[in-house]
Design a binder for this molecule. Sequence first.
Ligand code: CP
Length: 318
Amino acid sequence: MKLFSSVNDVTDIQQLLSDAISLKKKPFVDEQLGKHKTLGLIFLNPSLRTRLSTQKAGMNLGMQVIVMNLDKEGWALETQDGVIMNGTTVEHIREAAGVMGQYCDIIGFRSFPGLVDREDDYAETIFNKFVKFSGVPVVSLESATRHPLQSLADLITIEELKKTAKPKVVLTWAPHVKPLPQAVANSFAEWMNKADYDFVITHPEGYDLAPQFVGDATVTNNQDEALSGADFVYVKNWSSYNDYGKILTDGEGWMMTNEKLKLTNNAGVMHCLPVRRGLELSHEILDGPNSLVLNQANNRVWAAQAVLKEMLESISLT
Ligand code: CP
Protein backbone atom coordinates (compact mmCIF):
# COMPACT_ATOMS: atom_id res chain seq x y z
CA MET A 1 0.00 0.00 0.00
CA LYS A 2 1.50 3.36 -1.08
CA LEU A 3 -1.50 5.53 -0.27
CA PHE A 4 -4.18 5.34 2.42
CA SER A 5 -6.72 8.05 1.71
CA SER A 6 -9.98 6.08 1.45
CA VAL A 7 -11.44 2.60 1.73
CA ASN A 8 -10.74 2.25 -1.99
CA ASP A 9 -7.00 2.15 -1.29
CA VAL A 10 -7.42 -1.07 0.67
CA THR A 11 -7.00 -4.27 -1.33
CA ASP A 12 -8.31 -6.62 1.36
CA ILE A 13 -10.39 -5.05 4.18
CA GLN A 14 -10.75 -8.37 6.04
CA GLN A 15 -6.96 -8.79 6.06
CA LEU A 16 -6.47 -5.24 7.35
CA LEU A 17 -9.07 -5.84 10.08
CA SER A 18 -7.48 -9.12 11.04
CA ASP A 19 -4.01 -7.46 11.18
CA ALA A 20 -5.36 -4.68 13.39
CA ILE A 21 -6.98 -7.13 15.82
CA SER A 22 -3.79 -9.26 15.94
CA LEU A 23 -1.63 -6.18 16.57
CA LYS A 24 -3.90 -5.20 19.42
CA LYS A 25 -3.02 -8.53 21.08
CA LYS A 26 0.70 -8.35 20.23
CA PRO A 27 1.64 -4.70 19.62
CA PHE A 28 5.41 -5.23 19.34
CA VAL A 29 5.51 -8.29 17.10
CA ASP A 30 6.66 -6.15 14.12
CA GLU A 31 9.00 -3.80 15.96
CA GLN A 32 11.90 -4.63 13.61
CA LEU A 33 9.84 -3.72 10.52
CA GLY A 34 10.13 0.03 11.07
CA LYS A 35 13.71 0.07 12.35
CA HIS A 36 15.64 2.99 10.80
CA LYS A 37 12.47 4.21 9.08
CA THR A 38 11.04 7.66 9.74
CA LEU A 39 7.35 8.52 10.02
CA GLY A 40 6.46 12.21 9.62
CA LEU A 41 3.11 13.42 10.92
CA ILE A 42 2.20 16.77 9.41
CA PHE A 43 -0.82 18.72 10.64
CA LEU A 44 -2.45 21.77 9.09
CA ASN A 45 -5.22 21.52 11.73
CA PRO A 46 -5.51 20.59 15.44
CA SER A 47 -5.53 16.98 16.65
CA LEU A 48 -5.39 14.94 19.84
CA ARG A 49 -6.31 11.35 18.94
CA THR A 50 -4.90 11.17 15.42
CA ARG A 51 -1.60 12.66 16.46
CA LEU A 52 -1.04 10.48 19.54
CA SER A 53 -2.47 7.21 18.20
CA THR A 54 -0.54 7.36 14.92
CA GLN A 55 2.64 8.33 16.77
CA LYS A 56 2.16 5.36 19.13
CA ALA A 57 1.45 3.05 16.17
CA GLY A 58 4.68 4.13 14.46
CA MET A 59 6.69 3.63 17.66
CA ASN A 60 5.17 0.16 18.19
CA LEU A 61 6.53 -0.70 14.73
CA GLY A 62 10.01 0.53 15.71
CA MET A 63 9.81 3.73 13.63
CA GLN A 64 11.31 7.11 14.48
CA VAL A 65 8.41 9.58 14.53
CA ILE A 66 8.60 13.31 13.88
CA VAL A 67 5.57 15.57 14.22
CA MET A 68 5.05 19.08 12.88
CA ASN A 69 2.10 21.44 13.24
CA LEU A 70 2.84 22.98 9.87
CA ASP A 71 0.15 25.65 10.18
CA LYS A 72 1.72 27.06 13.36
CA GLU A 73 5.38 26.02 13.19
CA GLY A 74 6.13 26.14 9.47
CA TRP A 75 6.37 28.96 6.94
CA ALA A 76 3.04 30.30 5.67
CA LEU A 77 2.09 27.79 2.99
CA GLU A 78 1.00 28.59 -0.56
CA THR A 79 -1.19 25.90 -2.12
CA GLN A 80 -2.30 27.59 -5.37
CA ASP A 81 -0.30 26.88 -8.50
CA GLY A 82 1.06 29.60 -10.77
CA VAL A 83 0.68 32.49 -8.33
CA ILE A 84 3.25 35.23 -7.82
CA MET A 85 4.08 34.84 -4.16
CA ASN A 86 4.33 38.53 -3.32
CA GLY A 87 1.77 38.35 -0.48
CA THR A 88 1.81 36.66 2.91
CA THR A 89 2.63 33.08 1.87
CA VAL A 90 6.31 32.16 2.10
CA GLU A 91 6.72 28.55 0.96
CA HIS A 92 4.90 26.60 -1.76
CA ILE A 93 3.43 23.17 -1.03
CA ARG A 94 5.51 21.84 -3.95
CA GLU A 95 8.79 22.53 -2.15
CA ALA A 96 7.45 21.95 1.39
CA ALA A 97 6.07 18.49 0.56
CA GLY A 98 9.14 17.62 -1.50
CA VAL A 99 11.45 18.53 1.39
CA MET A 100 9.45 16.47 3.89
CA GLY A 101 9.67 13.54 1.50
CA GLN A 102 13.48 13.80 1.76
CA TYR A 103 13.33 13.26 5.52
CA CYS A 104 10.55 10.67 5.86
CA ASP A 105 9.85 7.17 4.57
CA ILE A 106 6.10 7.55 5.22
CA ILE A 107 4.15 10.74 5.86
CA GLY A 108 0.78 11.23 7.55
CA PHE A 109 -0.93 14.45 6.46
CA ARG A 110 -3.99 16.28 7.85
CA SER A 111 -5.73 19.02 5.89
CA PHE A 112 -9.34 20.08 6.60
CA PRO A 113 -11.68 21.60 3.98
CA GLY A 114 -12.21 25.33 3.66
CA LEU A 115 -16.00 24.69 3.49
CA VAL A 116 -16.33 27.56 0.97
CA ASP A 117 -15.54 26.03 -2.42
CA ARG A 118 -17.17 22.59 -2.58
CA GLU A 119 -15.61 21.67 -5.89
CA ASP A 120 -12.13 22.42 -4.63
CA ASP A 121 -12.68 20.60 -1.31
CA TYR A 122 -14.19 17.53 -2.97
CA ALA A 123 -11.33 17.44 -5.52
CA GLU A 124 -9.01 17.02 -2.48
CA THR A 125 -6.71 19.58 -4.09
CA ILE A 126 -4.36 20.18 -1.15
CA PHE A 127 -4.15 16.54 -0.05
CA ASN A 128 -3.50 15.35 -3.61
CA LYS A 129 -0.80 17.97 -4.14
CA PHE A 130 0.90 16.88 -0.94
CA VAL A 131 0.83 13.24 -2.07
CA LYS A 132 2.19 14.12 -5.50
CA PHE A 133 5.03 16.37 -4.38
CA SER A 134 6.14 14.45 -1.28
CA GLY A 135 7.12 11.45 -3.42
CA VAL A 136 6.71 8.98 -0.52
CA PRO A 137 3.78 6.84 0.76
CA VAL A 138 1.14 9.00 2.45
CA VAL A 139 -1.49 8.19 5.08
CA SER A 140 -4.46 10.52 5.39
CA LEU A 141 -4.80 11.87 8.93
CA GLU A 142 -8.14 13.38 7.73
CA SER A 143 -8.51 15.22 4.48
CA ALA A 144 -11.24 17.53 3.16
CA THR A 145 -13.72 14.73 2.50
CA ARG A 146 -12.59 11.63 4.42
CA HIS A 147 -11.10 10.36 7.70
CA PRO A 148 -10.14 6.77 6.87
CA LEU A 149 -8.08 5.95 9.98
CA GLN A 150 -11.08 6.93 12.10
CA SER A 151 -13.41 4.81 9.96
CA LEU A 152 -11.13 1.79 10.16
CA ALA A 153 -11.02 2.16 13.97
CA ASP A 154 -14.84 2.42 13.95
CA LEU A 155 -15.13 -0.74 11.86
CA ILE A 156 -12.78 -2.59 14.24
CA THR A 157 -14.95 -1.45 17.18
CA ILE A 158 -18.16 -2.73 15.58
CA GLU A 159 -16.56 -6.01 14.52
CA GLU A 160 -15.26 -6.59 18.07
CA LEU A 161 -18.59 -5.87 19.75
CA LYS A 162 -21.30 -6.96 17.31
CA LYS A 163 -23.60 -9.72 18.56
CA THR A 164 -25.13 -10.59 15.18
CA ALA A 165 -23.49 -11.17 11.82
CA LYS A 166 -25.34 -8.24 10.23
CA PRO A 167 -25.92 -5.54 12.88
CA LYS A 168 -28.08 -2.48 12.30
CA VAL A 169 -25.75 0.54 12.26
CA VAL A 170 -27.24 4.05 12.29
CA LEU A 171 -25.33 7.24 11.48
CA THR A 172 -27.24 10.11 13.06
CA TRP A 173 -26.63 13.82 12.55
CA ALA A 174 -26.20 15.82 15.78
CA PRO A 175 -26.43 19.54 16.56
CA HIS A 176 -23.36 21.78 16.67
CA VAL A 177 -22.63 25.50 16.90
CA LYS A 178 -19.92 25.55 14.22
CA PRO A 179 -20.02 24.37 10.59
CA LEU A 180 -18.06 21.11 10.58
CA PRO A 181 -16.69 19.11 7.63
CA GLN A 182 -18.61 16.14 6.23
CA ALA A 183 -15.39 14.09 6.29
CA VAL A 184 -16.09 11.78 9.26
CA ALA A 185 -19.65 11.10 8.15
CA ASN A 186 -18.64 10.57 4.50
CA SER A 187 -15.88 8.23 5.47
CA PHE A 188 -17.95 6.26 7.98
CA ALA A 189 -20.64 5.81 5.31
CA GLU A 190 -18.06 4.72 2.75
CA TRP A 191 -16.65 2.05 5.08
CA MET A 192 -20.07 0.89 6.32
CA ASN A 193 -21.19 0.41 2.74
CA LYS A 194 -18.28 -1.99 2.26
CA ALA A 195 -19.28 -3.98 5.35
CA ASP A 196 -22.23 -6.35 5.28
CA TYR A 197 -24.34 -4.34 7.74
CA ASP A 198 -27.87 -2.93 7.76
CA PHE A 199 -26.75 0.68 7.39
CA VAL A 200 -29.08 3.67 7.92
CA ILE A 201 -28.31 7.41 7.79
CA THR A 202 -30.62 9.91 9.49
CA HIS A 203 -30.40 13.72 9.42
CA PRO A 204 -32.64 16.79 9.22
CA GLU A 205 -33.73 17.99 5.77
CA GLY A 206 -30.92 19.67 3.85
CA TYR A 207 -28.10 17.59 5.34
CA ASP A 208 -27.86 14.87 2.67
CA LEU A 209 -24.33 13.64 2.20
CA ALA A 210 -22.82 13.49 -1.28
CA PRO A 211 -24.38 10.57 -3.21
CA GLN A 212 -21.05 8.83 -3.74
CA PHE A 213 -20.75 8.42 0.03
CA VAL A 214 -24.39 7.55 0.76
CA GLY A 215 -24.13 4.57 -1.59
CA ASP A 216 -26.65 1.87 -0.72
CA ALA A 217 -27.54 3.22 2.75
CA THR A 218 -31.17 3.76 3.75
CA VAL A 219 -31.68 7.49 4.36
CA THR A 220 -34.47 9.02 6.46
CA ASN A 221 -35.23 12.38 8.10
CA ASN A 222 -37.12 10.51 10.85
CA GLN A 223 -34.54 9.89 13.58
CA ASP A 224 -36.85 7.79 15.80
CA GLU A 225 -37.65 5.48 12.89
CA ALA A 226 -33.93 5.14 12.10
CA LEU A 227 -33.01 4.37 15.71
CA SER A 228 -35.59 1.60 16.04
CA GLY A 229 -33.77 -1.67 16.76
CA ALA A 230 -30.29 -0.19 16.14
CA ASP A 231 -27.30 -2.16 17.44
CA PHE A 232 -24.85 0.72 16.98
CA VAL A 233 -25.56 4.46 16.78
CA TYR A 234 -22.83 6.71 15.38
CA VAL A 235 -23.39 10.32 16.39
CA LYS A 236 -21.80 13.10 14.33
CA ASN A 237 -22.49 16.62 13.21
CA TRP A 238 -21.76 17.80 9.68
CA SER A 239 -22.55 20.98 7.80
CA SER A 240 -24.71 20.97 4.68
CA TYR A 241 -23.24 19.49 1.50
CA ASN A 242 -25.90 20.95 -0.82
CA ASP A 243 -25.92 24.42 0.77
CA TYR A 244 -22.22 23.98 1.14
CA GLY A 245 -20.68 24.51 4.56
CA LYS A 246 -23.84 26.06 6.03
CA ILE A 247 -25.67 25.37 9.31
CA LEU A 248 -29.37 25.07 8.41
CA THR A 249 -30.95 24.37 11.79
CA ASP A 250 -30.16 24.53 15.51
CA GLY A 251 -31.04 20.83 15.50
CA GLU A 252 -33.28 20.97 18.54
CA GLY A 253 -34.40 17.44 19.45
CA TRP A 254 -31.60 15.71 17.51
CA MET A 255 -29.19 15.17 20.44
CA MET A 256 -28.84 11.49 21.37
CA THR A 257 -30.18 10.86 24.89
CA ASN A 258 -31.01 7.87 27.11
CA GLU A 259 -34.68 8.40 26.18
CA LYS A 260 -33.81 7.85 22.52
CA LEU A 261 -31.60 4.90 23.44
CA LYS A 262 -34.79 3.10 24.52
CA LEU A 263 -35.80 2.91 20.84
CA THR A 264 -32.66 0.92 20.03
CA ASN A 265 -31.51 -2.61 20.69
CA ASN A 266 -29.49 -1.33 23.69
CA ALA A 267 -27.16 0.17 21.10
CA GLY A 268 -23.50 0.97 21.55
CA VAL A 269 -23.15 4.72 21.01
CA MET A 270 -20.17 5.94 19.00
CA HIS A 271 -18.56 9.31 18.33
CA CYS A 272 -15.14 10.04 16.84
CA LEU A 273 -14.39 12.79 19.44
CA PRO A 274 -13.87 15.58 20.25
CA VAL A 275 -17.52 15.84 21.33
CA ARG A 276 -19.48 18.78 22.70
CA ARG A 277 -21.26 17.44 25.79
CA GLY A 278 -24.88 18.40 26.19
CA LEU A 279 -25.04 19.57 22.56
CA GLU A 280 -24.03 16.65 20.30
CA LEU A 281 -24.35 13.91 22.92
CA SER A 282 -25.87 13.90 26.39
CA HIS A 283 -23.69 13.64 29.49
CA GLU A 284 -25.72 10.60 30.57
CA ILE A 285 -24.81 8.67 27.42
CA LEU A 286 -21.14 9.65 27.46
CA ASP A 287 -20.87 8.68 31.14
CA GLY A 288 -23.04 5.58 30.79
CA PRO A 289 -22.48 1.93 29.87
CA ASN A 290 -23.51 2.29 26.21
CA SER A 291 -20.75 4.73 25.28
CA LEU A 292 -18.07 3.24 23.01
CA VAL A 293 -16.06 6.41 22.52
CA LEU A 294 -13.00 5.14 24.40
CA ASN A 295 -13.13 1.79 22.59
CA GLN A 296 -13.01 3.74 19.33
CA ALA A 297 -10.14 5.93 20.55
CA ASN A 298 -8.20 2.83 21.64
CA ASN A 299 -8.72 1.23 18.24
CA ARG A 300 -7.22 4.27 16.50
CA VAL A 301 -3.79 2.86 17.45
CA TRP A 302 -4.41 -0.55 15.89
CA ALA A 303 -6.00 0.93 12.78
CA ALA A 304 -2.95 3.14 12.23
CA GLN A 305 -0.54 0.32 13.06
CA ALA A 306 -2.17 -2.08 10.56
CA VAL A 307 -1.98 0.56 7.80
CA LEU A 308 1.62 1.54 8.58
CA LYS A 309 2.60 -2.13 8.70
CA GLU A 310 1.22 -2.67 5.17
CA MET A 311 3.07 0.42 3.96
CA LEU A 312 6.35 -0.67 5.53
CA GLU A 313 5.97 -4.09 3.93
CA SER A 314 5.43 -2.40 0.53
CA ILE A 315 8.52 -0.24 1.02
CA SER A 316 10.68 -3.25 1.92
CA LEU A 317 9.60 -4.95 -1.34
CA THR A 318 10.73 -2.03 -3.54
N1 CP B 1 -11.18 11.74 16.02
C1 CP B 1 -10.12 12.50 15.71
O1 CP B 1 -9.62 12.47 14.59
O2 CP B 1 -9.63 13.23 16.74
P1 CP B 1 -8.52 14.36 16.60
O3 CP B 1 -9.09 15.44 15.68
O4 CP B 1 -8.29 14.87 17.99
O5 CP B 1 -7.31 13.77 15.99
